[in-house]
Design a protein around this ligand. Structure first.
Ligand code: ADP
Length: 461
């Protein structure tokens, strides 16, 4: 296979991830194209690209970024070679990946076929089982009746969790401790899933009590080579959504690390994985791993992996999509042994949300925005600058902050110092809450599991 160098890449996204993609392209000598909705006409990602075009006139703030035909027509007209979908929006829509390829535009991500095999949680569980990787006990198919659900719950015992097959971002999930909650949960998860993903299909899993969330970053080239970049620990969650992410996990011994990475590689290998992806597991108190899902895209928390491996994952995605082998000098991963872990990294998601008011999103003008810098501090910001407008239409991520240190405690101290340096006025943020967590004993002892935030409400004050 020939390497086809890209001259121009479009980010079919907005906010920090669009900017992250433009930076990766610019360093590779590739021209960049932004798209923006009417609501985003003053947002920063528009100005960070070499060219920018308005899309979705009259369509609404979210739909603008979902218009496959319009985005592809524009890309064609502007002679774009490849499209990076970022995360969210069209990133896991196999029809978009196919439409790109049909138009002769490379899709920077896994093929539509891989997305179909792994994007749906029920389908992905099957892939894991065939690859010999343990899954959380669950239904083999989506549940189609209340009886089926009750039979499963009876056989494995409560609590159980109802999950949307197409789920993501913690939506379409309900935990049930008894029959009544299960019957309610089935209905509400299905209707939430239908509204959010256009697919009401749900299945059940045994609900593990107080697990840790451990996920493995993988990358495959188009020549059959796959590697992993070790794990991230994303146990610090609110409503099943990640808030703070760590790499590596402070809880794993080298043997356990090897075990979970080998499981992820088995799954990736069994589908001939191409481009970036994440294989997610829950780990119970006895440190048994259970596969839960695969995310066939770059994730919000990829920065912590970049910090501890020194590898630019978004650039690798682009180079792999051009047809490079992982072992080519541009990427420089001759074998798995070339990917080494060094130190510890922590990412905090700074959001425009009010922790004292149940994390309700806040809007308005950022009157003051002064950000931290210094040793081991990386910022990936969306629309963050003094005077910017925070609109109510999109998710409330303002800036991601990633700190690195030789050990977990130095990374945590850098994070604390960096959070203290922020000066943000005009909209409420979760910074005070993040500081509470970063300095909390349970966090510093590396003991957080997925129930940590729920069990420590004093952190929200
Ligand atoms: P999403 O795709 O919405 O992110 P996931 O399947 O990745 O959903 O799960 C998100 C989080 O929900 C997990 O990290 C975990 O905290 C919780 N969770 C999911 N499945 C289970 C389970 N079977 N038992 C306990 N917690 C679970």
């Amino acid at each position: 296979m020939e390497v086809r160098k890209f001259k121009k890449v479009m980010a079919a996204n907005r906010g920090e991830i669009a900017i992250r993609i433009f930076r990766a392209c610019t360093e590779l000598g590739i021209k960049t194209v932004a798209i923006y909705s009417e609501e985003d006409k003053l947002t920063l990602h528009r100005y960070k690209a070499d060219e920018a075009y308005l899309i979705g006139r009259g369509k609404g703030p979210i739909d603008a970024y979902l218009g496959i035909d319009e985005i592809i027509d524009l890309a064609r007209k502007k002679e774009v070679d490849a499209i990076h979908p970022g995360y969210g929006f069209l990133s896991e829509n196999p029809e978009f990946a196919e439409a790109c390829e049909r138009a002769g535009i490379s899709f920077i991500g896994p093929t539509a076929e891989i997305q179909r095999q792994l994007g749906d949680k029920v389908a992905a569980r099957k892939v894991a089982v065939s690859a010999g990787v343990p899954v959380v006990p669950g239904t083999e198919k989506p549940v189609t009746s209340e009886e089926e659900a009750l039979i499963f719950a009876k056989s494995c015992g409560y609590p159980v969790i109802v999950k949307a097959a197409a789920g993501g971002g913690g939506r379409g999930m309900r935990v049930a401790y008894n029959q009544k909650e299960l019957l309610e949960g089935l209905k509400s998860a299905a209707s939430e899933a239908k509204a959010a993903f256009g697919n009401a299909s749900v299945f059940l899993e045994k609900y593990l009590e107080k697990p840790k969330h451990i996920e493995v970053q993988i990358m495959g080239d188009k020549h059959g080579n796959i590697v992993h970049y070790f794990e991230r620990d994303c146990s610090i969650q609110r409503r099943h959504q990640k808030v703070i992410e760590l790499a590596p996990s402070p809880s794993l011994s080298p043997e356990k690390r090897e075990e979970v990475c080998a499981m992820a590689m088995k799954i990736a290998g069994s589908v001939g994985y191409i481009n970036a992806g994440t294989v997610e597991f829950l780990m119970d108190k006895e440190q048994n791993f259970y596969f839960i899902e695969t995310n066939p895209r770059i994730q919000v928390e990829h920065t912590v992996t970049e910090a501890v491996t020194g590898r630019n994952l978004v650039q690798t995605q682009i180079l792999v999509a051009e047809g490079h082998k992982l072992s080519d000098p541009e990427i420089g991963v001759g074998s798995q042994a070339d990917i080494e872990l060094r130190g510890h990294a922590i990412q905090c998601r700074v959001t425009t949300e009010d922790p004292a008011n149940n994390f309700a999103p806040d809007f308005g003008t950022l009157k003051v925005y002064r950000s931290p810098a210094g040793f081991g501090v990386r910022l990936d910001a969306g629309n963050a600058y003094s005077g910017s407008r925070i609109a109510p239409h999109y998710d409330s991520l303002l800036v991601k902050i990633t700190t690195w240190g030789l050990n977990f405690h130095t990374a945590a101290r850098s994070m604390h110092r960096a959070l203290q340096e922020f000066r943000i006025r005009g909209v409420k943020t979760n910074i005070g809450f993040l500081e509470n967590v970063i300095t909390h004993k349970i966090f510093l002892d590396g003991l957080c599991d997925t129930s940590y935030l729920d069990e420590n409400p004093e952190l929200f004050k």
